[in-house]
Design a protein around this ligand. Sequence first.
Ligand SMILES: C[S@@+](CC[C@H](N)C(=O)[O-])C[C@H]1O[C@@H](n2cnc3c(N)ncnc32)[C@H](O)[C@@H]1O
Length: 313
Amino acid sequence: MKSNYHYSVMLNESIDGLNIKENGIYVDCTLGRGGHASKILSQLKTGLLIGIDQDQEAIDYSKELLSSISSNYKVVKNNFRNIDKILEELNINKIDGAIYDLGVSSPQFDEDYRGFSYKFDSSLDMRMDQNNPLTAKYIVNNYSLNDLVRIFKEYGEEKYSYSIAKNIVEQRKSKEICTTFDLVEIIKKSKPTKELNKKGHPAKQIFQALRIEVNDELNALEDSLNKILKLLNVGGRLVVISFHSLEDRIVKNIFKENSVVEGNRVNEIIDPKNIKQANYRSINKKVIFPSDKELEENSRSKSAKLRILERLR
Ligand SMILES: C[S@@+](CC[C@H](N)C(=O)[O-])C[C@H]1O[C@@H](n2cnc3c(N)ncnc32)[C@H](O)[C@@H]1O
């Protein structure tokens, strides 16, 4: 059954992090079911909210939700890696803030026909953008052994990458691998019993790897963050919620390259001239994690990390 329920992760912390001005221009790059976007929109008087998502279902749902709050919004179906072009088309040169709440939404994960979850038997799809020609099914049935091993290692950090990839290549010689459960079976067959008895689903990392490859998630994130930094007004904020170490590493590195982190030991040994040259500063000295209350309410918040950056000059 189709579900539109999505718990918006670190909602208050992230929206506070945007430091919203009621006449500002804000971009929600990952609109989803509009939880963060609604909260931004409700704080704007003469400002504008731009909501972006590559998933048509997210766009349709959020449009309706936002229209019940105010008319100060525009919704765009596109990949956030095209943020420069999206804003150019809207005749917007600079923005006062942007938020990324990365990864898959609960509806994408919970709708069996999207193929993101190892919990449902469905076609191996995993596309966030329904027009993307690349599916997980194509990858497992066509990528070479080496490429499968590479993505499983790089994007899944899966210890048994080679054995799983080898069994995929073997299996597809006799029968196409079509469903999530076909793949789960192969993964289970490729791991020793002691691994299967460990906590957590044995297919979790391979499903993560395929999802990242299908949606080119890490490259899109890096491209988009580098572009959006240049689009921020002075005083503008960039807020990012990441869900796994590969995403967080990209966010952390881009933030570090561009910012002065106030009050830590690193600053004490940096030449003051260099400190002056930084155009951004990290608002949170340490990464922000969900509260205990949120963790009780929503198990999917468990791996979330929030980082906030501000443009200084
Ligand atoms: C975790 S959900 C966001 C949930 C939202 N903050 C809320 O409160 O409802 C992430 C959303 O980002 C979208 N998304 C992920 N990567 C994207 C990209 N590169 N371009 C556009 N949308 C993307 C997904 O389709 C999904 O709907």
